[in-house]
Design a protein around this ligand. Sequence first.
Ligand SMILES: Cc1cc2nc3c(=O)[nH]c(=O)nc-3n(C[C@H](O)[C@H](O)[C@H](O)COP(=O)(O)O)c2cc1C
Length: 370
Amino acid sequence: MGKWASLSAAGPGGLNRGYPGSPMEGPNPKNHGLPFTSPWLLAPMEGITEPSFRDLVLTENPPRAEAAPGPGTGPAPGTERPWLGGAFTEFVRVVTDPLPAWKLREHLGPARFPAPVGLQLMGSDLSALAATALRARDAGAPLVDLNFGCPAKGAIADCSGSGMLRDPARLERTVRAVTEALPGFPVTAKIRAGFADDSRLEDLARAAEAGGAWMLTVHCRTRVEAYCEEVDWGRIARAVAAVRIPVCGNGSVRVHADLERMRRETGARYAMVGRGALADPWIFGGRAPTRREAAEFLLGYAGVLRERHGARLSGTAARVKQLLRYWTAADLLGPDRASWLREEDPERLFVRLRAAGGVVSPADSSLASA
Ligand SMILES: Cc1cc2nc3c(=O)[nH]c(=O)nc-3n(C[C@H](O)[C@H](O)[C@H](O)COP(=O)(O)O)c2cc1C
């Protein structure tokens, strides 16, 4: 059984053990009420930050023994500690009916960690969204995040996700509907820098603030820019200047040093990592893993997927390959990433991973017997 097997039950600490800064302790008044335990956050990613991957990243980036948010205003520059301070579920779409609590619990997963996992919702029906947010809180979510960045055509068609970026007043009403339904409970918003261009960035940031958001995450690309290589962190600085609530910067954090650099260059209080964490799940702490640790992470991920979802070996391999598209940790893949992605036989893929990492026995017995 792999070292992460226990995650599928109650996580390394079991359910709600009340770690320092954990959701059990409630909103942290020293940190604008936000429950994050450090300034570095794992981005919501559909199909990826479901519990299987998310829990492994949280496990690999535990708080340091001396972990405590800086006094007074939270993790002020210079007092920050390098570990993972919070994560998010993938977006959960709300259409016309409030989602059932069991569905929300499924997204939150059974494990609890020192760092909170916010539940991200996306929708445009205000009453359904507000009712779902209430259920999310009651289901144990330590905070609710609202998605105003999803570029999918379906989201734009019903004016949710990035569709909302064309209408700051509507974005404000949406945030307000949720914050008014959840007084005293952290509700955050995540936007892109704009829809077609960034000319309304300040309006959007102020709209989120006026609606009552506790924190604003700015993915610094516009919807039209999709996931382009070039990014302008100056847009994050513009949002910081426009609002008084904490801002979380996001976009092209590739290595550990970029996290603090983003905060320094933009004034953002938090920095969020998306694909950089798929390349290197240890990016938050900045520790270089060994090849063996890198291979064990990927094999452990496969094991958890099979154990949790009963995923077929081919489906499991496809999910692992999703990470391999980005993977850089410990240079496990060597110079020929394409050959890994071309590997069609799942068993051969896992054998190659074990060989690359010098893993003698399989990280998870379910893979061995598959
Ligand atoms: C595969 C994938 C899925 C994503 N799913 C979501 C999502 O569910 N909710 C969301 O707000 N953003 C989502 N995003 C956007 C990321 O949260 C983040 O804003 C974006 O990747 C930019 O950060 P990065 O340059 O560090 O990757 C997704 C991105 C990727 C690559």
